[in-house]
Design a protein. Structure first.
Length: 127
């Protein structure tokens, strides 16, 4: 068993599962979406992106692209949340939370594509 592949796969799947956990709940209810869980989603996605930089195949390039999309969506959601909660003074309203959840949903789709590609790559590898 290759420990690097295990760590690589672990972070890709963890990014998906954390993102899914954050995404669940009523999109307009801030009480259903924890800021610390969102922070964990963002950090794990960034770690998964860094791990994908070592891949030198075409599949690796697509995996990196999906991870960059997820990062972009999550960073945009973090900016929206930070602006609403700290800068604008209006707080996290249901409309703002809907925007944050929509962006996290886009990252979720990118993470699903990433895991599907990982499974395809693993199944195509011959022993």
């Amino acid at each position: 068993m290759n420990i690097e592949k295990v760590i690589f796969s672990f972070f890709i799947v963890l990014a998906l599962t954390l993102n899914f956990g954050f995404f669940l709940g009523e999109s307009d209810n801030p009480n259903h979406h924890n800021v610390y869980e969102f922070f964990a989603v963002l950090v794990v996605n960034l770690i998964a992106t860094v791990l994908k930089f070592g891949e030198r195949t075409q599949m690796g390039a697509v995996l990196l692209a999906t991870s960059l999309v997820a990062d972009l969506e999550l960073i945009a959601a973090a900016f929206v949340w930070t602006y609403a909660a700290n800068i604008s003074g209006m707080g996290v309203t249901p409309e703002v939370m809907g925007t944050i959840i929509s962006l996290a949903g886009g990252a979720l789709v990118a993470n699903i594509v990433s895991v599907v590609l990982l499974v395809i790559e693993i199944s195509a590898t011959r022993r």
